[in-house]
Design a protein around this ligand. Sequence first.
Ligand code: GLU
Length: 480
Amino acid sequence: MLKQLEVRVRLAPSPTGHLHIGTARTALFNWLFARKNNGSFLLRIEDTDKERSKNEYTENILEGLKWLGLTWDEVPIIQSNRIEKHKDAISHLLKEGLAYRCYTSEEELQFLRDKQIKAGEAPRYDNRHRNLTKEQELNFLEEGRSSVIRFRIDEDQSVIWKDMVRGHMTWDSKDLGGDMVISRRAPANEIGDPLYNLVVVLDDSEMKITHVIRGEDHISNTAKQLLLYKALALKPPSFAHAPLILNPDGRKLSKRDGVTSISDFRAMGYTPKAMTNYMTLLGWSPPDGMEEIFSLNESSSVFDFDRVNKAGAKFDWDKLKWLNAQEIHSWSPKKLLGFLRPLWEKEGWELQSEDWGLKLSELIGPSLTLLNDGLEQSRIFFETPSIQEDGLKQLSIEGAKESLKIIFQLLEQTPWDGKDFSIAKNLINDCSKSLGIKKGITMKSLRVALLGSIQGPDLLTSWSLLAMKNSDKNRIKRCL
Ligand code: GLU
């Protein structure tokens, strides 16, 4: 029996910006496919655009992937280290007559493009330097012209492949824009910097990539790359083109739509579990019977490209927020405290005790959508809030201030340590009874005194937290 080829996939980010949600979703599909097939998920940093590539972006990308849990299996390949290999391949193509030097100047190319556009045609290079004679070439050299190197794309062929998402694909080579530039402009006796389509083919082949999984915006590149595989006598991988992530207007999600980088989502208080869960649903549908909420482990055991949609996936903030809330609500107070503590520390807020922090986390946990909501929702337990308008109204009700006065006096005699809730309940009961008012009035007034408003978290738990810090009496006193 034939030994099955090990699945090897890769993410090939260009470090020209922060890890974008589209790239992260591509990483995720690669990762899920690798895990499903016991394969390897690799990284290649495509840093050949020297002006725009930055180390800080590489760090941001690696950090973001790690945070999402999309760990890779081998040391990342740095593309710029392989430039000599890329240039060797270009020399080979030149020698074989599969590529040639093109001396057309930028002005001439612009002129050509303008003319084509005017005539209502799609701009393309007209292959004018494909078959230069020795003499013509010498003339260009004497003129001191620089050159790019172009790969010959014969016009009369169709590029065909079976896409794992889109099925049978066919692309006419005449629609690829003419002979393709594979190295940047350079003095005529040099080979300029090798360009994306060629370099990707060489590197994917060197890394023994079996499946190239990337966004649909690369479909025409795939056609070009398949021609290069053929010219270089290399075995092409399989291809999967995932649908794009769209904004609510149906256009490709961009910076203009607000937050798009993973580090920003993280800073806003989204959890990695909700992010990977949501990004998986952006284009993939779980099989029947599978819940919508799942972990990376769960989705990777069933992931395949048959369930990836062809149509673009609209980004839905409400869905992401809902998933994030579900995730936070499933956490233990201890886990939540681990995330809230640094937020509190940044504000200079000190925890009364570990136990106090756990109680506060447990109290506010169920109302959090984003982790960062935990900051505002816990503020009233660290800083005395001013009395809101609804609170002032409550305090003007008959019996309100009197009830606070009595509770204050009772607490003066025997302070409550915040532990046994029946003590607090009795205080409220006794006070209401002695004033002959409804218990609700006492409770609402107490809530206003302690928390500044008639709205807010559970009264007894809140009171208990403040009592443990010994700040309940002062808050009541200021209302008298
Ligand atoms: N560096 C390319 C990008 O970030 C890689 C595309 C590919 O996966 O081939 O778009």
